[in-house]
Design a protein around this ligand. Sequence first.
Ligand SMILES: NC(=O)c1ccc[n+]([C@@H]2O[C@H](COP(=O)([O-])OP(=O)(O)OC[C@H]3O[C@@H](n4cnc5c(N)ncnc54)[C@H](O)[C@@H]3O)[C@@H](O)[C@H]2O)c1
Ligand SMILES: O=C(O)C[C@H](O)C(=O)O
Length: 381
Amino acid sequence: MKFNSRNHLKDFNGLKAVASVNHNSRSSFLAKDSTAALQQSFTQRAQNQNRTSANAFQVQASFKVAVLGAAGGIGQPLALLVKMSPLVSDLHLYDIANVKGVAADLSHCNTPSRVRDFTGNDELASCLKDVDVVVIPAGVPRKPGMTRDDLFNINASIVKTLVEAVADNCPDAFIHIISNPVNSTVPIAAEVLKQKGVYNPKKLFGVTTLDVVRANTFVAQKKNLKLIDVDVPVIGGHAGITILPLLSKTKPSVTFTDEEVQDLTVRIQNAGTEVVEAKAGAGSATLSMAYAAARFVESSLRALDGDSDVYECSFVQSELTDLPFFASRIKLGKQGVEAVISSDLQGLTEYEEKALEALKPELKGSIEKGVAFANKQPVSA
Ligand SMILES: NC(=O)c1ccc[n+]([C@@H]2O[C@H](COP(=O)([O-])OP(=O)(O)OC[C@H]3O[C@@H](n4cnc5c(N)ncnc54)[C@H](O)[C@@H]3O)[C@@H](O)[C@H]2O)c1
Ligand SMILES: O=C(O)C[C@H](O)C(=O)O
């Protein structure tokens, strides 16, 4: 893949920004500068349709996105970023509380999508009807001293209930699971969808984009690289040592000392905890997560819109290893996962090989815990 960036002066509905954007890395959209990239998306699409950026808002917007847990720390900034997408016609915000105000506030932004709020179980079905992409950040976040698995008892049931409703109301939608522990909540979602008879493994995604965003940032800082050029695949899962950045596959090609590999790997694996400790009891990553989730939503919408060069890392059903779910780079298409990219796992360094073997027992345990939970509590009719 060729990386070729240049500076642009953007005029985005009155908002001016000097944005460093990348035109060839279709795989990395919000890996660049989120605001700039969203602006670029409007402007490029306007140009593609022979319009000026001034009337970029007339670009065809046709997809419906629902955010479940939309009034939360992730949900609110994520909703704002999705509201900026030129591809979204309808943005449905669901939460068990406080979502009316969030939707009223957001609805005043003069971007194309219509915003609607939905509260409580009775309104969940209407929220989900005919939705193309469902994003689920509903659930509780960590406090200092907790692991992501400590959230299982609360979040497993939340995800199960929400995915049941997704199965009943928009079984063809792309489903993005953010709620932790992702290593277990994605298998729970898969089992629920199977029990409902609508499981499509190509359309169920654990959102691990934040690991890639962090890896790109930390590597660029450490090696003094231009941030927008850096792309590091992150494989495995989304907790502790199951997060495995493949530094040897960094683009552009860069060499690391053994010490740098060790430091960077550990920092990327512990980045969530770094934020949890800095927030000191007020939750976990929300803003960077919203940014990462918006990137994954935009990539999904571009794939649904027919772009044929969309790549992201995600925790999906996989045959890359002996584990049933595994995060790796995937190619996204109209039908979801078009291909799981196996080449990243070839030619690993000894360090990466060992780390890959070391993560498997923990990841296997988390997957099995999710499957067992879902099968103990059959879905409601
Ligand atoms: N995948 C990742 O990389 C990643 C990154 C950061 C956080 N997370 C996870 O995302 C989740 C949310 O984090 P947050 O900081 O936004 O938490 P938060 O507490 O700020 O927000 C969660 C929201 O979910 C809502 N909610 C709870 N139960 C619900 C239900 N049954 N239906 C609908 N909404 C419901 C709450 O009302 C709240 O508004 C946590 O589990 C956290 O661990 C994942
Ligand atoms: O660390 C957490 O608990 C939240 C999230 O998984 C993260 O990586 O920031």
